[in-house]
Design a protein around this ligand. Sequence first.
Ligand code: SAM
Length: 224
Amino acid sequence: MPEIFKTADGSNTLFSPEFNEHYHSTYGALNESMQVYIENGLKYCKEKTLNIFELGFGTGLNAILTYIESIKSNLTIKYNAIELYPVKHEVISGLDYREIFTMDELSIFNKMHNSQWNTEIKLSKNFILKKIESDFDGYIFKEKFDLIFFDAFAPETQPNLWSKENFLKVYNSLNPNGILTTYSSKGIVKRNLRDAGFVVSRLPGPNGKRHVLRAEKKLIFNFF
Ligand SMILES: C[S@@+](CC[C@H](N)C(=O)[O-])C[C@H]1O[C@@H](n2cnc3c(N)ncnc32)[C@H](O)[C@@H]1O
């Protein structure tokens, strides 16, 4: 069962003894999620209506941060998140995000966790959540997305999820100009993303130490 772990920015994340992996950077869970997924992904998108897919719902931190940004920037979002190992309620309550979020935001966060799996849940006028309980390995996309939060455990731990074949599947699931963001900037990840057709940018990491990636599905038209 995952355990609570306090990261350097004061926000809690989980540690999985089974995978020997943290759910976020130990330098700061909140900082990492904000930079990798909200700043580099959501705020970079030009559309006001977005279909988002997250690999690994986990703590739900990316989902609640996306919800908060959707209110601030008046976005309409359908947020689809796949998770093979849903975290138990008693573990989620231990995350104790009272210092990070307002009461209203915490109430949405709890609704996210209490909502049924494999069902579309309307959390506000402009935000629908669909949690999918399934293995991403072998998962077949049934719709197209504008933005993908690729937040699996590390490539060393789950190499199958970061393979060229999986990125090809992800690439084909994106709309033209669609974006994938991820925290890993490993050489093999960059190579597999490029081999799958993405244009990859290496961006500064959240703590100034590491790099993170944004991969774009840029369609280049040749008129000649
Ligand atoms: C690095 S954690 C990130 C979690 C989440 N994005 C968050 O903010 O807490 C990786 C997540 O991927 C999930 N996961 C691992 N393997 C998976 C698989 N094959 N299919 C779907 N989810 C998986 C894990 O259970 C975990 O929740």
